[in-house]
Design a protein around this ligand. Structure first.
Ligand SMILES: O=C(O)[C@H](O)[C@@H](O)[C@H](O)[C@H](O)COP(=O)(O)O
Length: 243
């Protein structure tokens, strides 16, 4: 596990954008394509905008990049809460990504069906090989959730590497999420976390004793892939060792 702590958010974002390009370039040269699962919420929007900016957009053969989502809200793709819409606006449209390279969760279906369909889409993408994303981007909630692995939800106990629907009581809403076993098959996982309000959650995940129900992001532990945390100083401020 590697900590990348930068004083301010803009430096964190640039550091992760550089890592994204390096990881994608290596994947494309190794196996001809780069398959990434994007995180949702507000933190990654600026990362996606940076990747689509003149600073980065010409550094990658985007035609060889395939986009999935680590989780999705049970809302239409036109909803302002849609992770797909956020990524479309910040990344896919500015880069003119071919829609055939983007695998959105079909939220027109009931959540359980949408999750099953997404599991099929993931497995079809990887064919008869194990479903191993080249990179999974993750955020962290101030309640220590990641993707849609929320405290005290049934999906925390998932043993299968697939996509599941989960009802999140605290949100009074359904979500669709990659399970921890599927996340942990990834070749690389990168958390992007910034702000003081996340500092306690970061410490819970990185330093506190195991307590999965309360701190679900502790489930993220790649089997044999890389794990990176991209943090600003504020998000890292409660860590005792700032390696
Ligand atoms: O669908 C989502 O909301 C995300 O996948 C979720 O796991 C997010 O990463 C955290 O909630 C942090 O969200 P912020 O970046 O908005 O704080």
């Amino acid at each position: 596990m590697k900590l990348h702590i930068s004083p301010v958010t803009s430096v964190v974002l640039r550091s992760l954008a550089e890592y994204f390009v390096v990881t994608a370039t290596q994947a494309i040269s190794t196996h001809g394509r780069f398959t990434v699962a994007l995180s949702g919420g507000s933190s990654p929007k600026k990362l996606y905008e940076l990747l689509a900016s003149a600073d980065f957009k010409d550094q990658l053969d985007w035609q060889k990049v395939y986009f999935f989502f680590g989780d999705e809200r049970n809302v239409p793709h036109t909803s302002p809460d849609s992770n797909y819409l956020m990524a479309k606006t910040a990344l896919f449209d500015p880069l003119h990504i071919n829609p055939a390279q983007v695998f959105a969760v079909d939220t027109s279906l009931p959540p359980t069906e949408a999750a099953a369909h997404y599991t099929t889409a993931v497995n079809q993408h990887f064919g008869n090989e194990q479903a191993r994303f080249d990179l999974i981007l993750l955020g962290l909630g101030d309640n220590s959730h990641t993707a849609s692995l929320f405290p005290y939800t049934t999906v925390l106990g998932a043993k299968t590497a697939d996509v599941q629907a989960v009802y999140v009581e605290e949100l009074k809403a359904d979500r669709i999420t990659l399970t921890a076993p599927l996340i942990n098959q990834a070749r690389a996982i990168a958390f992007l976390v910034f702000g003081e309000d996340k500092a306690l959650a970061v410490r819970h995940i990185l330093e506190d004793p195991e307590n999965i129900e309360n701190f679900p992001a502790q489930l993220v532990s790649p089997t044999d892939g890389e794990l990176h945390w991209f943090l600003d100083a504020a998000a890292a401020s409660r860590l005792t060792q700032q390696a």
